[in-house]
Design a protein. Structure first.
Length: 148
């Protein structure tokens, strides 16, 4: 996995020194078709259309059951569950779900296949971005000196 280094301060403590953190760099967003091509090319007994149908059916069923208040356990993939984004009401009697509940979000609790991704990952710094940034910075500094 490629990463770049960024320097960030703590939003609650702006007076503290900034620290360097790694930021994951994504190669691209893998579409469902690309993922299914990958799966079928690696010894699958099923066809791409079979997987698409299953995924579509599972997604539809999960949305319906989560809307009913269920937590969905997909074994190694993990658990998916709904949470509510709300505004507070002054009293319990004043609470109106249509007014105070703003959105329903889906959270994910990783399953076993996702719990220790660090152990499965090889990290490498994406120097391309750092070099681009340094080149831009050097060019800007050079132009400033020339203008002086």
């Amino acid at each position: 996995m490629k990463y770049t280094l960024v320097k960030r301060g703590h939003p609650r403590y702006p007076e503290r020194d900034k620290k360097v953190y790694a930021c994951a760099q994504y190669e691209k967003t893998l579409s469902i078709d690309e993922l299914l091509d990958y799966i079928t090319l690696h010894g699958s007994a099923f066809r791409k259309g079979d997987y698409k149908a299953v995924i579509s059916t599972i997604a539809e069923a999960m949305a319906e059951k989560m809307a009913e208040g269920y937590k969905i356990d997909l074994a190694e993939m993990g658990k998916f569950y709904p949470t509510l984004e709300c505004e507070g009401a002054e009293t319990m009697d004043n609470f109106n779900p249509d007014k105070h509940i703003k959105a329903v979000h889906v959270n994910w609790e990783p399953g076993d296949d996702f719990k220790d991704l660090k152990r499965k990952t090889t990290f490498r710094e994406d120097l391309t971005r750092r070099m681009q940034k340094e080149t831009l910075k050097a060019g800007t500094e050079k132009r400033k000196k020339e203008e002086e």
